[in-house]
Design a protein around this ligand. Structure first.
Ligand code: MG
Length: 380
């Protein structure tokens, strides 16, 4: 019926929260990942959705970039309706749009399938679930029961023919606040289909909802551990970068980049957890860009690849093998630096050191070796 792209709008312009946190709730983490990042990844991964546009609040650009990276976004308005309108103005020749609330982080692909199928027959479609609880009028003393037969709970994403939704917004009385886009479509006389929703789409509002959501996604993640190993030669006239820290020493590590064996070993361990090759795959020594390069960017890139797959970094453990320098005096600084590069707490980073009893190349002080293990949780 419609020709043109299908776009998802994530409405995330809210500034406040009833969740008890000072951060707008859409930026709060569930399962180690911001709510808005969950929703963005789920919508972007659906094969029928061509683009995802996030509608954020003024001043939230840095928060958005911190939790998802650089993604397409527009600035919303003071109300949800105005934010949706800002999104509709930005999606050009899109034929179909899914309007979604960032407060519903988990978006099952099957619900999107049902919405888009329904959109072939009507200009709007929304996911709904039956009401299980008894409903009654609120008050200091209990009021009358509201018959729940025939009532449904309305969720998002809500799917629309773009032209129809633009008409509905254009016709809406700006002095009245709309509950959602489906009601605006009905207000211009158009029918909205209902499809089966999903409890995974339940809105996260109160502190207890966060705990319930954590429990809900825990079974969807599996734990993976992988190791990394690296060696670099010690040479006179080189700086010694180790664990992202510059250490005073008579010799330094030599290599194409800054030759930080510690960061290289952890980078390989992280890449291993998602089967993404090794550091040389991503930063080939043949590429002049990496000559003398600071290795923190390699490590940060590996962490971003894990997170892009929906992964959560849990723990990193590193062992340095050398006779000198002594690692103990620098351990705290390295731990803090590695935690900062990875966006982890220091408790999630462990650093150990050993000698090789003067045996072998490390024993002869010809080089430093490092081995690491990283543990992450990734979608099953
Ligand atoms: Mg190396």
């Amino acid at each position: 019926m419609q020709t043109g792209p299908t776009v998802a709008l994530i409405v995330a312009a809210g500034q406040g929260s009833r969740s008890g946190s000072s951060t707008p709730k859409q930026y709060s983490a569930i399962g180690g990942r911001a709510m808005i990042a969950h929703a963005h990844a789920a919508l972007a991964a659906h094969p029928a959705i061509d683009e995802v546009v996030v509608v954020i609040g003024e001043g939230q650009q840095a928060m958005l970039a911190a939790v998802i990276g650089e993604v397409r976004h527009v600035i919303g308005g003071a109300t949800r309706r105005e934010s949706v309108a800002a999104g509709l103005a930005a999606i050009g020749d899109a034929a179909r749009v899914l309007v979604h609330d960032a407060a519903r982080p988990f978006v099952p692909g099957a619900v999107i399938d049902r919405l888009l199928a329904a959109l072939d027959h009507l200009p709007g479609a929304i996911p709904v679930l039956p009401v299980a609880d008894t409903l009654a009028q609120a008050g200091e003393v209990l009021g009358d029961v509201v018959p729940r037969a025939g009532l449904v709970r309305v969720q998002t994403p809500q799917a629309f023919d773009v032209a129809a939704l633009r008409d509905a917004h254009a016709a809406w009385d700006a002095g009245v606040e709309a509950t959602d886009d489906a009601q605006m479509l009905r207000a211009i006389g158009l029918d909205v289909a209902t499809v089966e929703g999903d409890i995974m789409l339940d809105k996260i509002t109160y502190p207890a909802d966060f705990a319930a959501a954590e429990a809900r996604i825990a079974p969807t993640l599996v734990s993976r551990s992988a190791t990394g190993y690296d060696v670099h030669r010690l040479e006179a006239g080189e700086e010694l970068w180790l664990g992202g820290v510059l250490i005073p020493h008579d010799r330094g590590l030599s290599g194409h980049s800054d030759a930080d064996v510690a960061l290289h070993a952890i980078t390989d361990a992280l890449l291993g957890t998602i089967g993404a090759g090794d550091i040389g795959t991503h930063f080939p020594p043949s590429d002049a860009r990496w000559r003398g390069a600071a290795s923190d960017q390699f490590l940060a890139h590996a962490a971003s690849l894990v997170r892009a797959e929906g992964g959560v970094l849990d723990f990193v453990d590193l062992t340095l093998i050398c006779e000198a320098p002594k690692i103990g005096p620098h351990r705290a600084a390295m731990r803090a630096r590695i935690a900062a590069i990875l966006g982890l707490t220091e408790k999630q980073v462990s650093i150990k050191a050993t000698t090789s009893e003067r045996l072998g190349f490390t024993g002869r002080k010809e080089g430093i070796a490092a081995q690491a293990i990283a543990t992450v949780r990734v979608p099953a």
